[in-house]
Design a protein around this ligand. Structure first.
Ligand code: GLN
Length: 482
């Protein structure tokens, strides 16, 4: 059963080939026997899952698009009555009193949550090593990282401990782990999916999205989670198309741009070769491939690492040991309580970013750093705007290398930051992006990123779907988890 995609499981459930209870039980057993090697889940909720699966079986055809399908949720989405930790000691004792908007929508669609997945603390990272609950491992090679920050959600789908999962992407945290784990990951347009109840890291960049085996599965997930929500003031009121029905729309004649800046030094030669082969497949399907330029792309990381920390320093000020979350033992006074609660409750990378952000926003430095970064952000958006006057999608590798080793970069934040070099500009511009598996380089998965114009997720899903009809990279599974 675990080799089936979401779309195949939905059909099998509808045809009563098996029940949701059987399906969910199967995944529960897989998590019990395999997750010790991966550490992809932080909270596992089997009893609740079985209960919900039984209800899905009762609903049957009356259920929504994901009726009876098991999924996993990054531990950044608030889930009513279930611990929501953001993989931080700060929230180790936090039981969310309400559901995030996407959780409500997934429930309405009939999906059955298996539990909450591990991640970088507060979604800050590219390797899922900074979790309070320990490092997540890549199922293709457990000495390597799964990418981050949504590494648990990606590893779980790659090892088929869930057929699909939810992640968040602030600078690449869906696309980069999808690439490292050999699965499909979609980051929707900023505003397409509500951020209500999704613990904030950098609010102007954060966006929830999904992981699946196929592009088709990401269409199923997006169908369930997209839509306007008045509780998120940046949620956009745009009709939600029928993404699944639109999957077979032809991609013939679509123009695809290759940014010359993304095929220069720093890119692994083996990855460049796989991307070239993927381009050839798209060409054979009638797409036109042409060079484009994103002249300000090289400034994206620098701008991001001012803007994201600035927003995080503000968002994370609520974790003060007073209202909820961790409080230090025996505080000697108010100041001591704030100081020690935050020092002890937050990890090193999170503290580094709060300090960088507070500095960049401080009087005297605001113009030099924060304002400058915002100007660069505009230039990057303009580059994409110009590109979309010429092409329908922008194609590049998702990452400059394949998955790196655990501890390889954890003491060198700058090198770690560079692993998002192709993904970060997309968040700064607020555009949608997808990562698709395009092959292997020394037994490690390689991902290709496609980016389209605002609210053109359908174009990405179609390109992915048509590409996956011609290839089988996305169907490969790590041997140990077959
Ligand atoms: N790696 C980037 C960061 O550390 C992006 C993380 C994310 O998308 N949540 O901020």
């Amino acid at each position: 059963m675990h080799k089936l995609t979401v779309a195949q499981q939905a059909k099998a459930l509808a045809a009563k080939e098996f029940s949701s209870e059987e399906l969910v039980n199967h995944y529960i057993q897989r998590i019990e026997s395999h997750d010790e090697q991966l550490n992809s889940f932080v909270t596992f909720t089997p009893e609740q899952a079985i209960e919900n699966a039984k209800q899905a079986d009762v609903r049957g055809k009356q259920g929504g698009i994901l009726n009876g399908i098991p999924i996993a949720l990054k531990d950044i989405f608030c889930t009513d009555g279930v611990k929501t930790s953001c993989a931080s000691r700060m929230l180790d004792n936090f039981i969310a009193p309400y559901d995030a908007a996407v959780v409500t929508k997934l429930n309405q669609a009939g999906a059955v949550s298996l539990g909450k997945t591990n991640m970088d603390e507060f979604a800050m990272g590219s390797s899922s090593e900074s979790s309070f609950y320990g490092v997540v491992k890549n199922p293709w090679d457990t000495e390597r990282v799964p990418g981050g920050s949504s590494g648990g959600s990606a590893a779980a789908v790659a090892a088929r401990l869930a057929p699909a999962s939810m992640g968040t992407d602030t600078g690449g945290s869906i696309r980069q782990p999808a690439a490292f784990c050999g699965i499909t990951g979609l980051k929707p347009t900023y505003g397409r999916v509500s951020r209500y109840g999704m613990i904030a890291y950098a609010s102007s960049l954060d966006q929830g999205g999904s992981f699946g085996i196929t592009s088709e599965d990401c269409a199923y997930m997006l169908q369930a989670i997209a839509g306007h929500d008045a509780r998120d003031s940046t949620s956009v009121d745009q009709p939600v198309p029928d993404y699944v029905a639109g999957l077979n729309r032809s991609i013939k004649g679509l123009r695809i741009g290759l940014p010359e800046e993304f095929f220069q030094e720093g890119l692994d030669a083996g990855i460049a070769e796989k991307i070239q082969q993927a381009c050839d497949v798209l060409k054979s399907l009638g797409c036109e491939i042409k060079p484009i330029s994103l002249p300000n792309a090289k400034l994206a990381i620098a701008a991001y690492y001012v803007i994201a920390p600035a927003e995080c320093s503000s968002n994370l000020s609520r974790f003060d040991g007073v209202r909820y979350g961790y409080r230090c033992e025996n505080p000697k006074g108010l100041e001591d309580m704030y100081l020690r609660s935050r020092s002890e409750g937050l990890g090193e990378e999170v503290k580094r970013r709060i300090m960088v952000g507070a500095y960049a926003l401080s009087a005297g430095y605001y113009d030099a750093y924060y304002l400058k970064a915002q100007k660069i952000r505009r230039l990057i958006s303009e580059d994409y705007r110009a590109a979309f006057n010429q092409v329908d999608a922008v194609l590049s590798p998702t990452t400059p290398t394949t998955a790196f080793k655990v501890n390889e970069k954890s003491n060198d934040p700058i090198t770690m930051y560079l692993s998002d070099i192709y993904t970060i500009g997309v968040n700064l511009a607020g555009l949608p992006g997808i990562s698709l598996p395009v092959g292997f380089q020394q037994n490690l998965p390689v991902g290709m990123q496609l980016v389209s114009n605002y609210f053109e997720e359908q174009t990405l899903l179609n390109l992915g779907h048509q590409y996956q009809q011609q290839t089988d990279h996305h169907l490969q599974m790590p041997k140990e988890f077959e």
